[in-house]
Design a protein around this ligand. Structure first.
Ligand SMILES: O=P(O)(O)OC[C@H]1O[C@H](O[C@H]2O[C@H](CO)[C@@H](O)[C@H](O)[C@H]2O)[C@H](O)[C@@H](O)[C@@H]1O
Length: 362
């Protein structure tokens, strides 16, 4: 391994198994969502709800190995964005491409220690070029400052805490014409800050007895990681999280990759953040733009769905295995994301050479 920390190789498949396990009334995800919905809205119904949460956590255990959906049929429905590159570019013809990128699992490989989820230098170089070619935003569950420390590019938009903390580029890019965007700062849940801080502290205290658990303060949301927790302890952890949350009906619980995420119970997610950013770019009400959103996690589904509902652009899911998704295309891992972004930059260069007048409309 060349990374500073071992990249987690085995987990994705099992998570996907969980999400595709067929159940009455829909796939695993919908059942899991109902469970979470209960937790969110009613504050839960005691043991039954906690059991549901544990089941959902357990379903992503590495001991589950069989896939319920055939890889070949899934890839037919979600073909590789690299294989479909020309078709995607054809669909964007005459439109301004706008790039939205998730961070963990998309720009950086999944690792055990969230503080060491470094992005490679070649990915950084690629991103820099990308931002010179198209307006580019990072949309992440991480707190904005933390993700900025990993990415370190001033020319990007950053939407941290699942879009609850948005900031425009501090260095201008020739492709960002809306000068107001450069001073953009938006925090739709700032009144939740004291509550989140308090809940964070309580979650730290409550879960400290569980070896391997890690509570991360992402400013407008809190992540309780269980990637390094022995599966036998997941039930205890779920109980602890639930017992803290019952005192915070204004917070809701969602689940990502081996992580429980606690956030304000407001209608704001990566999808609404995407819409907000398009608006800030002055693009929301016109048709001549083409948003591309690339992400790997459950929270990215809100953005994929938003694009589908608007009938604009496309979503690309980063996954090696079949997953229920609203994205149209797939890429297997961050290295493929980098290849795709590099091709975009090249494509832009070539089309500028061929049609320099295009500079007028990009
Ligand atoms: O929206 P994202 O950028 O994908 O952020 C979602 C969560 O990402 C991070 O956790 C995930 O990546 C870690 C590092 O690879 C991994 O250890 C963990 O298991 C994953 O869930 C981040 O640490 C969380 O705070 C984000 O909510």
């Amino acid at each position: 391994m060349t990374q500073m920390q071992n990249v987690v190789m085995s987990e994705t498949k099992s998570e996907v198994v969980a999400q595709n396990k067929p159940q009455q009334g829909g796939g695993y995800i919908s059942i899991s969502r109902n469970i979470l919905k209960n937790l969110e809205i009613n504050g839960g119904e005691g043991q039954r709800v906690v059991n549901g949460l544990i089941e959902s956590m357990r379903a992503s255990s590495p001991t589950h190995t069989s896939l319920s959906q055939d890889q070949t049929s899934w890839i037919l429905h979600h073909p590789s964005a690299l294989d479909m590159f020309d078709q995607i570019m054809e669909a964007s013809r005459g439109k301004q491409i706008v790039m939205f990128l998730d961070y963990d699992g998309t720009l950086s490989p999944i690792v055990e220690d969230p503080d060491r989820a470094y992005m490679s230098n070649s990915m950084r170089k690629t991103l820099r070029k990308l931002a010179r070619s198209f307006p580019t935003a990072i949309v992440t569950g991480r707190c904005k400052d933390k993700v900025y420390n990993f990415v370190r590019l001033e020319e990007l938009y950053y939407a941290g805490s699942h879009g609850l903390d948005i900031k425009g580029p501090s260095r201008s890019s020739k492709y960002i014409k809306n000068r107001k965007a450069e001073t953009l700062i938006f925090q739709p849940a700032s009144q939740f800050l004291p509550m989140i801080d308090e809940a964070y502290q309580k979650l730290v205290d409550e879960t400290k007895s569980i070896p391997g658990s890690l509570v991360e303060n992402n400013k407008f949301c809190v992540s309780v990681h269980f990637r390094c927790v022995d599966e036998k302890k997941w039930s205890e952890l779920a109980h602890q999280v639930k017992s803290v949350l019952k005192n915070y009906p204004k917070l809701r619980l969602t689940q990502g990759r081996k992580v429980l995420e606690i956030r304000p119970n407001i209608k704001w997610d990566k999808g609404t953040a995407l819409e907000f950013l398009l608006e800030s770019l002055g693009l929301a009400n016109c048709n001549d733009f083409f948003p591309i959103y690339i992400g790997d996690d459950q929270s990215d589904e809100d953005a994929f769905k938003k694009l589908r509902d608007r009938g604009q652009g496309c979503g690309i899911l980063v996954s090696k295995f079949p997953k229920k998704t609203s994205a149209s295309y797939s890429l297997q891992e961050p290295n493929e994301v980098m290849d795709f972004l590099q091709r975009l930059v090249e494509w832009k260069k070539v089309s500028m050479r061929a049609r320099p007048w295009m500079l007028m409309c990009t």
